[in-house]
Write a protein that binds this ligand. Structure first.
Ligand SMILES: Nc1ncnc2c1ncn2[C@@H]1O[C@H](COP(=O)(O)OP(=O)(O)O)[C@@H](O)[C@H]1O
Ligand SMILES: [Mg+2]
Length: 603
């Protein structure tokens, strides 16, 4: 399960013109902090250049042939690189410089990166909360949050360190090669024609061995599934007396695993011999050739230069080793940026905000021949030709089997989706022309499954109206029959709820949701099976609170228990997305149709 998911998150992309084009949105985010980032780059260049002096000076220090030690004073005033004291002194100065350059590089890069990332995260979240409901239906929320946080980490790592390191290592490799030729073109040629070749062979070899062990792993998975199937379905195996058949199947796969592993063992053995003999052999060979050049009265290569040469080679080797990983990291970061930019550039509900009306919404609602399909399931028409009208302060009830389309109807009232055909209007204005925020500010919904946010009870109630006063909160809690249980907690309204706080019962959560709705004081109220999950006692308390809440509002009640909608002004029976009966309770009972049948069933 984890496997494919992980692979997806760490997707590598080929670095192409197009991917860079798409990923360059990141620069928009760095732009406000470009001065900081740029100064960081200057320090990076300084510290990289300073880095080049180390191997040289170290070489001179090791191979220095100073015979007459000078005083520190003299050695500094006559800069003489054959003198140990001078070299040591310069080295110390360089270390200090390096320390300072590196400090500022890290601090400045981190600063610019963190600022840019903060803006990027904020933009992504801002975009997400304004995304239309469709988006959340087609993207699993868990996957989405996972992907975003992975993407962010990847970008953070890359901007803060990898880009700088990559640049530094490339410079070291290129500069190193030039310097090697400067010290001794002959030795440089010998080195470049042996070590890199060996290293490339080693890498290819290593990949091949990895592939072999991957194959063995895959086979192990197959044999595991044979085992699992056989034991899970053991009664099948036995009743068909298929033990031998299953055993043969298993035996075959264990043999296959053995063969693959033995094969990879052979190659691993060869690999180790190769490394020991060829790679180390090549290194010894170069050192031997280099030392030969330093021999004699008039050596081709000074001893100090030879040491420097070796130092540069080691430094380059270390740099080359890190390049593939860094390149892969940069690739991943480009992929991650592309992902994020896709979200950030997505069209949100905010983008269709402009030029919309803000009519008075008094609670007059009409559905005219509404048909609706979910965009993800274009083959299933969820609502067909639904028409009804609600007047101000009326209570409209919907009943019907689960899957009939009742909750979908509630979503359409909130304009979560575009209709397939037909028209919904509020106070005569087409919902498509109404500003979404304006519309939703007049509607409150108490759902079946209440989700409280991590935080205090007060914060959760305030969600209905962030500007409410303490008195209003208390009043709302009282009306919602929630005041008593809230006061019974030691923390009162400041009690923490959610994962890290106390657990509330279904009925208590429901009443907090009602208090929230009361605080919002909506013109239109939607109750979607708000009491169906409750026991009798809390249902009575919740129903009582709901009855108070519904007073003076247009209410749409989706009822699970029909006793609760007896007094509704209009009752609509939905079946497979169509309104099949309508009228008030008495009319529908008299009609002896589906509704009266359901009422009889529920007693
Ligand atoms: N987000 C969705 N995407 C696709 N189909 C959905 C979605 N939500 C509900 N449906 C489908 O729409 C139909 C009506 O569902 P719903 O409105 O939840 O019914 P009810 O609330 O009456 O039980 C069902 O067939 C359901 O499978
Ligand atoms: Mg429902």
């Amino acid at each position: 399960m984890m496997g494919p998911k992980k692979r997806k998150n760490e997707e590598k992309v080929k670095i192409t013109k197009e991917s860079i084009q798409r990923a360059k949105g990141i620069f928009t985010y760095l732009k406000p902090y470009r001065t900081t980032y740029f100064i960081g780059w200057i320090f990076l260049v300084l510290s990289t250049s300073a880095g080049f002096a180390f191997p040289y000076l170290m070489g001179q220090l090791l191979g220095g042939e100073s015979t007459e030690p000078m005083s520190m004073q003299d050695s500094i005033s006559n800069i003489n690189l054959t003198n140990i004291n001078t070299v040591a002194f310069i080295l110390f100065m360089l270390f200090i410089g390096q320390a300072v350059f590196s400090y500022f590089r890290v601090v400045l890069f981190t600063n610019a990166t963190e600022n840019a990332l903060r803006d990027m995260k904020n933009d992504a979240f801002h975009k997400l909360v304004y995304m239309p409901m469709d988006f959340f239906n087609s993207n699993k929320v868990g996957e989405l949050t996972n992907r975003i946080s992975n993407d962010i980490t990847q970008i953070q790592e890359t901007l803060r360190t990898t880009v700088a390191e990559f640049f530094r290592q490339v410079v070291i490799v290129v500069g190193g090669i030039i310097l090697l030729f400067y010290f001794s073109w002959k030795l440089a040629l010998i080195m470049l024609s042996t070590v890199p070749v060996m290293a490339i062979i080693a890498v290819v070899f290593g990949k091949f061995i990895k592939k072999l062990s991957k194959q063995a792993q895959d086979h192990a998975a197959v044999s595991n599934s044979v085992l699992e199937e056989a034991l899970m379905g053991i009664s099948n195996v036995k009743s068909f007396t298929n033990e031998v058949f299953m055993f043969n199947k298993f035996q075959h796969s264990t043999q296959e695993i053995r063969n693959l592993n033995v094969k990879s063992g052979l190659w691993r053995g060869a690999f180790i011999s190769f490394i020991i003999f060829c790679l180390f052999g090549a290194i010894v060979f170069i050192i031997w050739q280099g030392l030969l050049m330093t021999q004699g009265a008039n050596p081709e290569l000074a001893k100090g230069d030879f040491f420097s040469f070796v130092m540069y080679t080691i430094m380059m080797g270390a740099s080359v080793g890190t390049l593939p990983d860094m390149y892969a990291n940069i690739q991943k970061a480009i992929g991650a940026t592309e992902h994020l930019m896709i979200i950030i550039n997505e069209k949100s509900e905010k983008d269709s905000h402009f030029g919309k009306e803000k009519p008075a919404i008094s609670g007059v609602v009409s559905f005219e021949n509404v048909a609706f399909k979910y965009p993800q399931r274009p083959d299933a028409t969820v609502l067909k030709d639904v028409s009804f009208a609600a007047n101000k302060n009326e209570t409209i009830a919907f009943v019907g089997q689960s899957g009939a389309g009742k909750s979908t109807l509630a979503s359409l009232l909130l304009n979560y989706y575009h209709l397939t055909s037909g028209k919904i209007s509020f106070d005569g204005v087409n919902v498509e022309d109404i500003d979404l925020t304006h519309l939703r500010s007049h509607i409150a919904i108490v759902p079946q499954e209440v989700i409280l946010f991590a935080g205090t009870i007060r914060e959760n109630i305030l969600f209905g109206n962030p500007d409410a006063s303490d008195e209003q909160i208390i009043e709302a809690a009282k009306q919602a029959n929630a005041y008593d249980f809230i006061s019974s907690f030691p923390g009162g309204f400041d009690t923490q709820v959610g994962d890290r706080g106390i657990q509330l019962s279904g009925g208590q959560k429901q009443r907090i949701a009602i208090a929230r709705a009361i605080l919002k004081n909506p013109t239109i109220l939607i109750l979607d099976e708000a009491t169906s999950a409750l026991d009798n006692e809390s249902e009575r308390l919740v129903q009582d609170a709901l009855d108070k809440l519904m007073e003076g509002r247009t209410s749409f009640v989706i009822a699970h228990r029909l006793s609760t909608i007896r007094n509704a002004d209009k009752i609509f029976v939905l079946s497979e997305g169509k309104i099949v009966e309508n009228g008030n309770h008495e009319e529908l009972i008299a009609r002896r149709g589906i509704y009266s049948g359901l009422v009889e069933l529920q007693g």
